[in-house]
Design a protein around this ligand. Structure first.
Ligand SMILES: Nc1ncnc2c1ncn2[C@@H]1O[C@H](COP(=O)(O)OP(=O)(O)OP(=O)(O)O)[C@@H](O)[C@H]1O
Length: 599
């Protein structure tokens, strides 16, 4: 894989599609939006046509019902009743159209959100890291909400407005082409200026969406890191950061609203000019006998019908730009290829049993970063316990992430039972290799829920048995509600050591062939230390275990130690052998031993 491809695939795509292109792609991704659209459009046509009934009725009543100064009551009554029925039917069409539109847009938006969330999970950890978590979440929540506002109101208004403009224009031309020319002449400059104006609005709303993402990222980070913020007394600094993000968002919103607000008085002004022109010329034409009084009055009604879509157009434009900006950000997620992709059906399914792992000349660098692993070649025999040691930043965690395929190597290959990891189906891989990170994330729920995460089909008895096998029953009995004890958000109701116990029990229940442990560095009390050692022994027994070791005892107990330095394996062998050699491991051992003596 070239570094260029690497860079491209680990960055969320920046959308440079046109507004229409974005809209089209958005509709393609959520076909639910189009379900029943034809019927909705038919209803929209009726709802729009109904709007010209009142002007026509007014014209008929004046020109025919009031001819010669004597009201023709039967005709007027008939016209009024017909008009009322037509208005009622129009309202019914409007209602049905709204219901249908809400139904299809809600299901389109739900599927868009679902696809967005799923795709965020498909992206590699590297790609996820390119965007702050809060901003990533905003792409599938508030950005989708912007689309919803437009799709449920703006989109409909576009349809109705275009229809209304056309119907009013045609009827105006029928009643008096001279007056129609006056109206069109007044509005023409506005229509010509519209595309340029739209570009300004688009730019302003893209900024608004970005600032919203920044604001959500700042807020979510400060909530997640609240303990650190309090510990360092940096509440004021954090508040200033959030205030700055809120302020930037407010400024972007105000800037966008200012542009939009500019159009209201302009349309009003042009509308007033058009009405004045029509009244002046209309009276002239009326005196000359070219237009009847009824047609002139109806024409004034039609002008209102003509102006109102132009006025709503600015609001719709506002929503449309907001929606396009939101859609671009959602598509930015959806169109970013899952760089660490599951080969799916076409992939290899590895049979369960003892596992061999081989790194063949593996190199890796993070996007925009220097190489952190250089030509790493190593074979791990089945059922051996390996300790990976090295100075901080030497590449141990990177090695582990490549082994679990959280990332792919930049060069070289990682093989499991002879198969390239990239060709192995995720379901098979996750069954065979499980990683226990330093601070295994616990979900808000009971202890049992969190342990069962390793094997969803496990019963409470299975969990109980696993706890016994790991020697954890005494700990479980000491808990207020045993397996039903709630762990709190992120497991915060448990101590760090207890969280590690849960993470180990979870991995034990998952029963992988290869277990990767990123040993926790946090100090725990002696009783938990003993339990952890017992559980670790139980969980690694009989399987291949690779531990990123921060403790001397782990390295001593391992069958083999891999020593990393500056992204290379510089030593390899059992502890007893390595410690006698003059090298990195002996130095590490010396510093571990002196730390143990002083503690
Ligand atoms: N997401 C990342 N983006 C960019 N660089 C990274 C990233 N993660 C790690 N690195 C860099 O890669 C190098 C190796 O890091 P790695 O986490 O593999 O080291 P380690 O040996 O596990 O360190 P430790 O013992 O402190 O956990 C370091 O220089 C680190 O700064």
């Amino acid at each position: 894989m070239t570094s260029q491809v690497e860079e491209r695939s680990t960055t969320l795509r920046v959308e440079d599609r046109s507004a229409l292109g974005t809209f089209r792609r958005g509709l393609e991704l959520s076909p639910e939006f189009r379900v029943g659209l034809a019927g909705t459009l038919v209803l929209a046509v009726f709802a729009t046509l109904g709007k010209v009934i009142v002007p026509i009725a007014v014209q008929q009543v004046i020109d025919r019902g009031l001819r010669d100064g004597t009201p023709d009551m039967p005709f007027i009554t008939q016209a009024v009743v017909l008009c009322a029925v037509a208005v009622l039917l129009t309202a019914l069409c409007g209602y049905l159209m709204n219901v249908r539109l809400y139904r299809s847009t809600e299901s389109g938006l739900a599927s868009l959100r679902g696809k967005g969330f799923r795709h965020v999970h498909d992206l590699s950890v590297l790609t996820q890291n390119t965007e702050r978590r809060g901003a990533l979440v905003s792409r599938v929540t508030s950005d989708v909400d912007q689309i919803s506002t437009f799709m449920q109101w703006g989109g409909l208004m576009v349809l109705i407005s275009i229809g209304q403009l056309l119907v009013a224009s045609v009827l105006m031309a029928i009643y008096s082409w001279q007056l129609a020319l006056v109206v069109w002449g007044c509005f023409l400059p506005l229509v010509i200026a519209l595309p340029r104006f739209q570009r300004w609005v688009a730019r302003a709303y893209t900024q608004v969406r970005e600032r919203t993402g920044d604001m959500l990222a700042a807020v979510s980070e400060s909530v997640v890191g609240s303990a650190v913020i309090r510990a360092y007394g940096s509440e004021a600094r954090t508040a200033r950061r959030i205030d700055a993000a809120v302020d930037a968002h407010q400024k972007a919103q105000t800037r966008a609203q200012k542009i939009i607000a500019f159009t209201f008085p302009i349309t009003e002004l042009v509308g007033a000019l058009a009405i004045a022109g029509v009244v002046l010329l209309g009276v002239e034409l009326g005196i000359g006998g070219t237009i009847s009084a009824g047609r002139l009055v109806a024409f004034l009604f039609l002008i209102t019908l003509f102006i109102s879509p132009l006025q709503t157009a600015t609001e719709v434009l506002n929503d449309a730009q907001n929606a396009v900006a939101g859609w671009r950000r959602v598509l930015g997620v959806l169109d970013t290829p899952a760089d660490v992709a599951d080969p799916g059906e076409a992939g290899v399914t590895l049979p369960r049993g003892s596992i061999t792992v081989a790194f063949q000349n593996v190199g890796f660098h993070y996007p925009d970063g220097p190489p952190v692993l250089h030509g790493v070649s190593v074979e791990i025999a089945p059922r051996t316990r390996i300790a990976v040691v090295g100075e901080t930043g030497s590449g141990k965690t990177t090695f582990a992430k490549l082994l679990t395929r959280l990332m792919d190597p930049t060069s070289g290959r990682v093989l499991v039972d002879g198969a390239d990891l990239r060709a192995v189906r995720f379901s098979s891989l996750r069954e065979r290799i499980v990683m226990v990170p330093q601070d295994g994330f616990l979900f808000d729920g009971s202890l049992a829920d969190n342990i069962r995460y390793g094997r969803p089909s496990a019963t409470d008895d299975d969990i109980g048995l696993a706890m016994t096998e790991l020697g954890l029953t005494d700990w479980l009995e000491g808990l207020p509600s045993g397996l039903s004890t709630p762990v709190g958000q992120r497991g915060e109701s448990l101590s760090a050591g207890e969280r590690q116990l849960v993470a180990l029990a979870r991995a034990y229940l998952a029963d992988p062939d290869l277990l990767l442990l990123d040993e926790a560095t946090s100090a725990v009390d002696p009783a938990t230390e003993v339990r952890l050692a017992r559980a670790l022994d139980g969980v690694t027994r009989g399987r291949t275990a690779v531990s990123i070791a921060h403790r001397l005892s782990t390295a001593e107990a391992a069958d083999e130690v891999l020593v990393f330095e500056h992204g290379r394996i510089v030593q390899r062998g059992p502890h007893a052998e390595l410690v006698r050699q003059d090298g990195v491991y002996a130095d590490l051992y010396a510093s571990w031993s002196s730390a143990a003596r002083t503690s």
